[in-house]
Design a protein around this ligand. Sequence first.
Ligand SMILES: *[C@@H]1O[C@H](CO)[C@@H](O)[C@H](O)[C@H]1NC(C)=O
Ligand SMILES: *[C@@H]1O[C@H](CO)[C@@H](O)[C@H](O)[C@H]1NC(C)=O
Length: 349
Amino acid sequence: MRPQRLLNTAVYKATPSSGLSVTKPCFRDHTTKMKVAAIASLILPLVVPSVFAWGAEGHEAVGYIAMQFLAPSARSFVESSLGSMYSYSLGPAATWADVIKSKSAYKWSSELHYVDAIDAPPTSCNVDEVRDCGGGHCILSAIANYTSRIVDTTLDDSQRQEALKFLDHFIGDIGQPLHVEAYERGGNNITAMCAGKASNLHAVWDSGIIVQLLKNEYSNSLTAWVDELVSRIQDGVYELDTTNWISCSSTTEPVQSDGISARTVADDIAYFLEESPAITPLQCPLVWAGESNALVCFDVLNYASRSQDFCAGDYYDAAVNDIQLQIAKQGYRLAAWLNVLFDGSTFLP
Ligand SMILES: *[C@@H]1O[C@H](CO)[C@@H](O)[C@H](O)[C@H]1NC(C)=O
Ligand SMILES: *[C@@H]1O[C@H](CO)[C@@H](O)[C@H](O)[C@H]1NC(C)=O
């Protein structure tokens, strides 16, 4: 039920300074110019999606961060599967799932971008796989489905590419607190002002805060922001936490369904691919969902007044920290996930 056209949502363009998804055309003659225009018209829909999930920036950041941590076989699969159409990168490919979900052939996929946790925020936040993904069509089951399909060599290349693009996107979305919350349609129904413009709380968390951050601190450069998050992971404020990020243990969401209290991404995937008889949600994504959902009870719904500006002041300060941490985590986790699938281990510290 989430998809909804958002009023007054900014249209995101790849910023010239990002230089990530658009190659600068060099106009030599008329024919080249026309060719470039034709190619641009094919490519633009990929980089200027309508925005419902983490905006284009958030998703691309998750993809670009993951690229920095891929092991050799995972990298080789990603590059050959995505090809030149996506600049061989999870960054540009990360927004595909948002672009196609409104098309009739892919309408069925729109409900896979979230799980509607029917909890009681701000008093009580929790995710329950049976309660919240009962019909088996939510982000948890989708991650399971595409985890099994991406390594299914009986599928053709385009089906495995589709699985990769869905994982690239959903492992991002599961880190957005309001993609793991039913309350007020994941915040879509809460009107909220962002930088002086009418918006809603869901859109503020998907994109409003990120756009404001890029403007405030990175001269609108996605590359500069990604570089900063990667350096926080490698030898900055996030470094000591990265082991926890891929341990799949969580203080808010204990893993328990098969009696194992903490497991690694590698254990989780191995158990799923070798033992699990059906497409049932994996444990690590459930832990990640629990972490995101917990934020709904803390910072997401912690506003003084609905008429305040959500992209400024204390609310912005708290949200921008959460969002950067969530984006960094999900990029790192996406790399870990693909590394286990293609290289047999996370290859991460
Ligand atoms: C798994 O993915 C395929 C291809 O996108 C889709 O047709 C199918 O319905 C999915 N299955 C489940 C159980 O989600
Ligand atoms: C959200 O708003 C829509 C349209 O106004 C309404 O039909 C729906 O019941 C609301 N949902 C929730 C969960 O508040």
